[in-house]
Design a binder for this molecule. Structure first.
Ligand SMILES: NC(=O)c1ccc[n+]([C@@H]2O[C@H](COP(=O)([O-])OP(=O)(O)OC[C@H]3O[C@@H](n4cnc5c(N)ncnc54)[C@H](OP(=O)(O)O)[C@@H]3O)[C@@H](O)[C@H]2O)c1
Length: 339
């Protein structure tokens, strides 16, 4: 049986923990390296006590040669900026890269600089990065050396709206998206808004009209639609550990029966192992700790209202990264992702 040795960069973070948990049950993977900037080189199980006895390798500082000696693939669970600094030397050494950060998602480096506040430092690799949403880009992911794993909000929103835009069923400039995320969406590094007394028993909107996932959503939906899509996207922080619920509203181009619309969604996603079109109201608990995206679609007056839920750390990050890894290595797409 083929085994791929993999490295996890940024091993102390939340997405890294989920990656490790998934990869430990993957029959074709061996985790051979884990990086952290902590110069005490803790064991991975010191950083994540739930892994005690399951992965007792010591973390190391990032060194591209050392990683390339021991791994054929690397998952970058790093902040943007740090990810591109690691991706370029790894790719040069023939290591396949699955980047969970935003560094390779936006095709236009000018847009990246505008939204992320710094010029892109690796435009050469950016040019051949593949957006890692299997439901839309499966064939390209199979050939990819560098996969830009989508953001959590964009995954929930793009999957919810793609059937409408692909079928020319809604007006491209009529889309309004209201999304709610659990606190783990902000990562493990402590920051004031995510401090327990600040966010518990409270819900807040943030970055209204200027969240960095806006251009990512627009880029992919425009590609699906084959014409420019503009959205209004408002994210909210909600007092739960994990999960995203997105409610998307769009103006219909023609009258459509709700039953026919639901059927069109079922047809669009008929062969997708991780997208479920549901009749009951979606809840984040229905997909927590899974790689599923549940979608419910409704017609209300002359609009369509789509509610979608994912686990931000799994379908919104680590599960999707492994789904892409499976495609890029010729493994069954669902390997490691059920159970
Ligand atoms: N959380 C989510 O729901 C989610 C969903 C989709 C995508 N993402 C993206 O996935 C990436 C990882 O997210 P996360 O939530 O796992 O973050 P996290 O919990 O904050 O972990 C990131 C890890 O990267 C390391 N790190 C931080 N700054 C660094 C730097 N300047 N250079 C090198 N290493 C650095 C840190 O480890 P050490 O201090 O041990 O070095 C940190 O534990 C981010 O780009 C994030 O935007 C997150």
């Amino acid at each position: 049986m083929q085994t791929v040795d993999v490295a996890i960069l940024g091993a102390s973070g939340y997405t890294a923990l989920e990656l490790i948990k998934i990869l430990l049950r993957h029959p074709n993977v061996r985790i051979t390296a884990a990086t952290s900037r902590d110069d005490a080189h803790p064991l991975v199980s010191d950083l994540h006590p739930s892994l005690l006895g399951r992965l007792d390798i010591r973390t190391e500082e990032f060194d591209a040669d050392a990683i390339a000696d021991r791994a054929q693939a690397a998952f970058l669970a790093l902040p943007h900026g740090a990810a591109q600094a690691a991706a370029a030397p790894l790719l040069e050494r023939g290591v396949k890269v699955f980047d969970l950060s935003a560094d390779y998602r936006l095709k236009n480096p000018v847009t990246y600089a505008e939204w992320y506040g710094a010029p892109h430092a690796d435009t050469t690799n950016l040019a051949h990065a593949v957006y890692g949403l299997p439901e839309i880009y499966r064939d390209s992911i199979r050939q990819a050396k560098l996969v830009a794993v989508p953001g959590c909000y964009p995954t929930s929103v793009i999957l919810a709206l793609a059937p409408l835009l692909a079928g020319d069923l809604v007006r491209e400039t009529s889309i309004i998206i209201d999304s709610k995320s659990g606190v783990s969406g902000a990562g493990r590094t402590p920051k004031l808004p995510y401090h327990y007394p600040e966010c518990n028993e409270s819900i807040s909107a943030y970055n209204v009209g200027k969240h960095r996932h806006t251009p990512e959503i627009e880029q992919i939906l425009s590609d699906v639609s084959r014409s420019p899509v503009h959205v209004i996207f408002t994210p909210h922080l909600t007092p739960m550990d994990r999960g995203i619920l997105s409610t998307s509203y769009a103006g219909l181009t023609r009258a459509i029966n709700p039953v026919a619309l639901r059927e069109a969604y079922r047809e669009f996603y008929a062969d997708e192992p991780f997208v479920r079109i549901v009749d009951q109201a979606p809840a984040t608990k229905h997909v927590a700790h899974t790689n599923f995206c549940n979608i419910a679609v409704h017609v209300v007056r002359d609009r369509v209202v789509v509610v979608s839920v994912i686990d931000n750390l799994i379908k919104g990050a680590s599960g999707q990264a492994v789904q892409c890894f499976n495609l890029a290595h010729g493994f069954a797409e669902t390997t490691g992702l059920f159970g």
